[in-house]
Design a protein around this ligand. Structure first.
Ligand code: ATP
Ligand code: MG
Length: 357
């Protein structure tokens, strides 16, 4: 039942579904050459998380409001007129556990023998309560010899069951689950070997990912994200979070004159995120002796006006907004209405192109 993490989809179209705190996003992807084709997409936003944090789509990892989420997902499928019923969904970083280990290079047979022991050592939860997957992501040689790097991914079975229930209730077939970090690398980096720092700023959490040679090397998250910026504006100006959310989207960081105060209010929170990014970058560079060469920002938070300049100044390396549409073809009938969609749909598109390309 729990081989859902490791599956070959064996289908020629798939719905990538990203259930976030503030919205559900889906991308319908069809097998095609040379690139997978984006057939259709849809986004359903909810503002309820602003006034009542507990009513967010995902209040926390163990309290997904199943029925409510299933209803929203069914509504999105209907509205967007998706034809594909088979889906892949993402598990947010705060609901999964990833760890990178190094071990000697060995045969496949020996790997299978040693894995239960490795898992017991590295996964903090009781083994019967989690589903586990591992991926070989690289090799490295040091004075003690050649080693392989293995990424362990574990997800509580309770979370998997919740996702299965939600998709079933919404009339979809959940074929696989994947952590957001892997989906983001697929849609934003693909095979580009450049050491890259990806920062996905959602409403509730910010994912920090390092990709090198196209592999996930580090996956952290922080609770400072879009909602923290909104809250800072609401508190600073003494206004409602709904109004603060509007102002944040309208004005962003590039404001002068009368709006000066507004533009400075979110900065302390952005600085916390940046501090985490610099910490991850320094750790990686020290451990692996590789320089991170660029930053890619995704998630709804990437659309904050002025964010690339702000990040580039503070971190000191080239920073761009992620464009997940580069990995797919799309018919002219699909209007990519705005530049904002490229970073927002990054997880959904990354999920959809899994095993299809
Ligand atoms: N134009 C904009 N300017 C500033 N912030 C924006 C803009 N558009 C969206 N956001 C912010 O992006 C956040 C939502 O991003 P996203 O849709 O990626 O979140 P999510 O995936 O639902 O949340 P999470 O990943 O944390 O569960 C909100 O905090 C929203 O205020
Ligand atoms: Mg998200």
């Amino acid at each position: 039942m729990f081989n859902i993490l490791k599956s070959f989809l064996g289908t020629n179209s798939i719905l990538g579904v990203d259930i976030g705190t503030a919205s559900i996003k889906a991308a319908e992807i069809v097998q095609s050459s040379p690139k997978p084709r984006l057939k259709n997409y849809g986004i359903l936003k909810t503002y309820s998380h602003l006034s009542r944090p507990n009513s967010a789509i995902q209040a926390n990892s163990l309290k997904i409001v199943e029925d409510e989420t299933a209803k929203l997902l069914a509504e999105l499928v209907k509205k967007s007129n998706f034809k594909t019923k088979e889906a892949v969904a993402s598990i947010p970083s705060f609901s999964s556990f990833t760890t990178l280990i190094e071990m000697p290079i060995m045969s496949e047979v020996d790997m299978i023998k040693t894995m239960p022991f490795q898992i017991k050592q590295h996964i903090p939860l009781p083994i019967e309560e989690v589903a586990i997957d591992w991926i070989k992501i690289g090799e490295r040689e040091d004075e003690t010899g050649k080693k392989q790097q293995i990424l362990f991914i574990s997800i509580p079975k309770e979370i998997i069951i919740k996702y299965q229930n939600i998709f079933k209730l919404a009339g979809l077939k959940l074929k696989a689950l994947e952590i957001e970090g892997l989906a983001l690398i697929r849609s934003l980096v693909a095979n580009d070997p450049t050491p890259t720092l990806i920062v996905d700023i959602g409403a509730r959490s910010t994912n920090i990912i390092i990709s090198d040679s196209g592999f996930l090397k580090l996956n952290n998250f922080t609770d400072f994200a879009g909602a923290s910026l909104t809250q800072a504006i609401a508190n600073g100006l003494g206004i409602s979070t709904r109004r603060a959310e509007e102002l944040k989207k309208q004005k962003g960081l590039k404001t002068g004159g009368a709006d000066f105060e507004l533009s400075t209010l979110p900065q302390p929170y952005l600085d916390v995120i940046i501090k985490e990014l610099i910490g991850a970058k320094n750790r990686y560079e020290n451990n692996y002796k590789r320089k991170i060469e660029r930053v890619i920002i995704s998630g709804g938070g990437a659309n904050l006006i002025g964010i690339t300049e702000y990040f580039e100044n503070q971190i000191g390396i080239p920073t761009v907004i992620g464009n997940s549409f580069l990995q797919v073809n799309y018919p002219s009938s699909i209007q990519l209405v705005s530049r904002e969609l490229g970073p927002e749909l990054a997880v959904a598109i990354g999920l959809g192109v899994k095993n299809l390309s």
